[in-house]
Design a binder for this molecule. Structure first.
Ligand code: NAP
Length: 257
């Protein structure tokens, strides 16, 4: 592996993205890491460069803003590097009654989980088509498979990610580009706290999820579902699963919603 192989990871300052960044660096890839938190991005850059001697660029961008994907693309262009692997990992959730959530917040969630992911896939996908090679990993969720009461917008965004990714896997194959989708279930990260819910004891560790994701991506797996329990969950008929999800998510709400 040479330093010329670049991987762009969105949402690399915590959780699954952070673990993926460490993993790719240890495998000798050069990194471009995007997120909002400047301090955390620079701390991670310093840590990885020191430990692995790989090149790390950081991009501060709020991907919930319209046009953020284009802004990231232009910043990468200015670096003068080619992205071999794109990992659309940045994402956020929201737990609570749909009618209580302000539409502005729903919109930001949709822009982050779907808009930015779509824009980045389109822009870097075009570059990959020019090179007739590339890999894309889009992070969806087990929630992509069932409607999710009390987390309705989040689950709907993740259903979109899975559908888009499966379609693009077919479209981009003739260009030598692979598209894989990671569908984690509950994972111990900052996600639950940010979404306004309690962590569950059943959550997997982010490091394990990242390792499974890395292996699946490298082996060109279509859909990567980490953990036996999650594999089982996606097979449950929609009507039962949605009722279970509704009860489960309602019980986890910690904010006054
Ligand atoms: N944890 C779970 O239970 C779970 C389950 C299924 C799917 N997932 C999916 O896994 C992915 C990673 O989540 P995680 O669990 O690792 O959560 P996390 O620990 O909260 O990490 C989310 C990452 O995304 C970045 N991010 C959030 N909002 C952003 C914004 N507006 N612009 C740019 N970056 C932003 C965060 O960085 P900054 O705050 O620095 O911007 C952070 O690096 C997400 O797509 C999530 O939907 C998670």
């Amino acid at each position: 592996m040479t330093e010329d192989k670049f991987v762009l990871i969105t949402g690399a300052t915590s959780g699954i993205g952070y673990e993926l960044a460490k993993l790719f660096a240890s495998e000798g890839y050069a990194l471009i890491l995007a997120a909002r938190n400047d301090g955390k991005l620079n701390a991670l850059k310093e840590k990885l460069e020191l430990k692995t001697h790989t090149k790390v660029y950081v991009i501060k961008e709020d991907l919930a803003q319209i046009g953020a994907g284009q802004a990231v693309y232009e910043k990468v262009k200015r670096l003068g590097v080619y992205v071999d692997i794109l990992i659309n990992n940045a994402g956020a959730g929201y737990v609570g009654a749909f009618h209580r959530q302000a539409f502005e917040e729903d919109f930001k969630l949709m822009q982050l989980n779907m808009g930015a992911l779509t824009e980045l896939t389109k822009l870097f996908g075009r570059e990959m088509i020019k090179h007739q090679q590339g890999k894309i990993l889009n992070v969806a969720s087990t929630g992509s498979y069932h409607p999710g009461p009390y987390t309705a917008v989040y689950y709907a965004t993740k259903a979109y990610v899975l559908s888009l990714s499966e379609a693009l896997r077919i479209e981009l194959k003739p260009h030598g580009i692979t598209v894989s989708t990671l569908c984690p279930g509950a994972t111990r990260t900052e996600f639950a706290k940010r979404a306004g819910k309690k962590d569950t004891r059943l959550a997997m560790e982010a490091k394990e999820v990242a390792q499974i994701a890395f292996k699946g991506l490298m082996n060109n797996k279509k859909i990567i579902i980490p953990g036996f329990r999650n594999k089982l969950f996606v097979k449950i008929p929609k009507i039962w699963a949605s009722q279970m999800v509704g009860k489960y998510q309602k019980a986890l709400i910690i904010k006054n919603k």
